[in-house]
Design a protein around this ligand. Structure first.
Ligand SMILES: *Cc1c(COP(=O)(O)O)cnc(C)c1O
Length: 473
């Protein structure tokens, strides 16, 4: 398929710009840029090009998308409408506070609901993604230790099952990463942790449920060990789909948390954004939150520039439209609804896992949370069919593959997250498709090696595509 640049014909136009209504400025021509080399096309050519492109993509609106850790759930279209209301969408970010009281009230209300959901005392909505939230949270932790003159805390402990962004964020924030292992049941190795903590421990970063889809049953003990050593507990709440409305990180002993509104709270996820990774913390850390903070005063909402802030992390106040959608979602569901949706996510995951275990050995002895991990190692050993092959064969059956080869501690990992919005029929069909693929692995593995056969591109070189993308002609 040609790129929009290759389709370009010099001089062709899709729109006529209105005549300028302001006086033309005579800039020094040496300051002007040369031609922008924008594609030149008619409106119809542009519409056809992007319609054709959209038909080659697969999204939540096309079918089942059980991408583990990523919560590709259906996001109500109503929330898009609300975020597009002119009163929200047309506000200039430099408007004076007294003229955007509604928008500031929205941020303030959302922050207080997020405090309620997570058990934290204060929130910032500035960070633009999950990893950005981690970075921000770690800056708070750093500023907190520094404010007490405790500069020896240079290490952040991270379990080997953690999301890859955790160690990356810790390094970006200037910490040294120390890995702690996982025991046979998939929980943090308590003994190893006890021997790792000390006067140099700044924090432990933990995802609970873990990336194995398991609820860390020793979480209170872990928090106790880290706190006794003087460290803080960081909660990676990117995926809150199993626990929102049910348990709160603040009650599990965490001091700082980030959430991905673009996973759990009704903003579409993927395609590069926009997202929002708000960060919450306990009151001891609140003075270090990014500035400006929005404060509710007698004279209305105002911006407050705190002297002890760890600094600003985005221009303005984050991706505002994402915040609108999140608030709409929380208000629509209410506390009971949030809990019901978390429970449905857990039920769906356990149901799908149970149905899949009829076709392939999967350990179902311990209930999973919103997602679960299956190792295709046995299939690979016996038939040569890998997790990649199974994923590709699912595409031909109208299903987006689950996350593969993550978490790294499971060989031939496939990580399924069905989410709460899928019906029993969809889950049954997915389990059937999986069963059919497993049967083919033993009878006709060659067919699976050729999959997918229904897509314009079959097996692209993903590493090269990510590292050397060709984005224009
Ligand atoms: C998605 C995810 C992240 C990172 O979020 P981004 O918005 O992609 O930066 C971090 N941790 C976990 C557990 C995640 O699932």
């Amino acid at each position: 398929m040609k790129t929009v640049f290759e389709l370009s014909v010099p001089g062709r136009r899709g729109v006529e710009m209105p005549a300028p209504t302001v006086k033309k400025n005579d800039y020094d021509s040496s300051l002007l840029r040369g031609s922008l080399r924008l594609p030149e096309l008619s409106e119809q050519e542009v519409v056809r090009h992007y319609t054709a492109l959209s038909k080659r993509a697969f999204g939540v609106d096309d079918g089942f998308y059980p991408l583990g850790s990523c919560t590709m759930k259906y996001n109500p279209k109503l929330h898009e409408k609300l975020a597009a209301l002119p009163g929200f969408a047309d506000v200039h970010p430099l408007t004076r506070a007294d003229r955007i009281q509604g928008s500031l009230a929205l941020i303030d209300t959302l922050s207080s609901y997020l405090c309620g959901i997570t058990g934290m005392d204060a929130f910032t909505t500035q960070p633009a993604a999950g990893a950005h939230g981690e970075f921000t949270g770690l800056l708070l932790i750093k500023a907190y230790h520094a404010s007490r003159g405790d500069t020896a805390r240079t290490k952040v402990i991270i379990p080997d099952s953690a999301h890859g962004t955790n160690p990356a964020s810790a390094v970006m924030a200037g910490f040294e990463v120390v890995h702690v292992g996982t025991d046979a049941s998939g929980d943090v190795d308590i003994e190893a942790l006890s021997s790792l903590v000390g006067a140099d421990t700044a924090a432990l970063m933990l995802t609970n449920p873990s990336t194995l889809g398991l609820f860390e049953k020793n979480v209170l003990r872990i928090a106790d060990i880290v706190h006794k050593a003087g460290g803080l507990m960081y909660y990676d709440g990117a995926n809150l789909n199993a626990v929102a409305g049910v348990v709160r990180p603040g009650d599990m002993g965490f001091d700082v948390v980030h959430l991905n509104l673009h996973k759990t709270f009704s903003a579409p996820h993927g395609g590069g954004g926009p997202g929002a990774g708000p960060v919450g913390c306990k009151k001891e850390l609140a003075p270090f939150l990014p500035e400006p903070r929005i404060v509710d005063t007698e004279a209305g909402f105002r911006f407050n520039y705190g002297k002890r802030s760890a600094g600003r992390v985005t221009s303005f106040y984050g991706n505002f439209a994402v915040l609108v959608k999140a608030l709409a979602y929380i208000v629509t569901l209410g506390g009971e609804g949030l809990a019901a949706s978390s429970r449905a996510a857990v039920l769906n995951a356990n149901y799908l896992r149970e149905q899949m275990s009829l076709h392939y050995p999967i350990d179902t002895s311990r209930p999973c949370m919103h997602e679960f991990v299956v190792s295709m190692k046995k299939l690979k050993d016996e038939t040569g069919v890998t997790a990649t092959d199974v994923a590709k064969a699912l595409i031909d059956r109208g299903i987006h593959p689950p996350t593969v080869y993550f978490p790294l501690i499971v060989e031939e990992a496939m990580m399924f997250e069905p989410t709460e919005t899928e019906s029993k029929e969809t889950l049954d069909r997915a389990a059937e498709a999986f069963g059919e693929i497993v049967r083919f692995a033993y009878t006709d593995p060659g067919q699976l090696k050729a999959a997918p056969v229904t897509t314009p591109v079959g097996r692209p070189d993903e590493a090269t595509a990510a590292r050397k993308p060709v984005l224009k002609g």
